[in-house]
Design a protein around this ligand. Structure first.
Ligand SMILES: [Zn+2]
Length: 253
């Protein structure tokens, strides 16, 4: 039989072993973090002309049949919705939809505050559907999908096959209802996000846009082009719009 002294010292020795190590503590913290943020996966889906990452974050419930792709910053001088998608990403967990956000499709354009990418191409004229050679501000590139940014979006959309997708722009103040594939959703989104429903015709020059390409190649999915106003408030971008997107999808956070 062990003496009291031996018993006591073994208890004392056992105490530090029972304490949590710094590594375990960090692991615990990360687990706790995961439960309080919306992000469940992060992926680099491609690189810009200048080599910047194009990053997608997955939010919500991957098992949901509602597959959503949200794109912003395709025109680098239209960064309102960049804040909206980051607010969705950085908020509480989301349920009721499987959502991928790409807050900055055109990182070179955002860093230069230009509509076009580093090769002066308008990415929203560089998709293949009705692609036409266009110059100036809407320079469509040397051919359809000549740019790595539009190819990254195409390949990613083809992979995840969203049932709902939104392409965010500015400053035309409206939701394009021409050919969405789901007008009920478009109406719900317009009401929630406080924008009028309009028919944008790209000044009679709709060629090679993401929305046109998506409708043609993913006929079962719905696509909406959202044009926010020129200078939405911080509250609108970071609270009203994220909530509106989730409500339009019957998703919650
Ligand atoms: Zn735009």
């Amino acid at each position: 039989m062990k003496s009291l002294g031996v018993l006591l010292s073994s208890v004392l020795l056992a105490v530090p072993i029972a304490l949590i190590s710094p590594a375990q503590a960090a692991e615990k913290e990360t687990a706790a973090e995961k439960k309080t943020t919306a992000v469940i996966e992060k992926r680099v889906i491609g690189h810009s002309v200048d080599g910047r990452d194009i990053t997608a974050w997955r939010l919500g419930n991957p098992r949901s049949s509602k597959k959503v792709l949200l794109l912003a910053g395709m025109h680098g001088n239209e960064t309102g919705a960049v804040h909206t998608l980051r607010a969705l990403r950085d908020g509480r967990p989301i349920d009721g939809a499987d959502i991928w956000v790409v807050p900055v499709v055109n990182p070179d354009g955002v860093s230069r505050n230009t509509r076009q990418n580093a090769r002066k191409v308008d990415l929203n004229r560089n998709f293949s559907t009705k692609w036409a050679k266009l110059g100036g501000a809407v320079n469509s590139g040397s051919k359809a999908f000549s740019e790595p940014e539009s190819r990254a979006v195409r390949d990613f959309a083809d992979e995840i096959r969203p049932t709902y997708t939104i392409s965010f722009h500015q400053p035309l103040n409206g939701i394009d209802i021409r050919d969405t594939g789901n007008n009920k959703w478009a109406k719900r989104l317009a009401d929630q996000i406080r924008l009028p429903r309009k028919a944008f015709d790209c000044f009679s020059k709709c060629h090679g846009t993401y929305s046109m390409w998506f409708r043609k190649h993913h006929p079962k999915g719905a696509v909406i082009t959202v044009e926010m106003t020129k200078s939405p408030s911080k509250k609108y971008l970071e609270r009203v719009a994220p909530r509106a997107i989730l409500r339009s999808l019957n998703a919650t956070r």
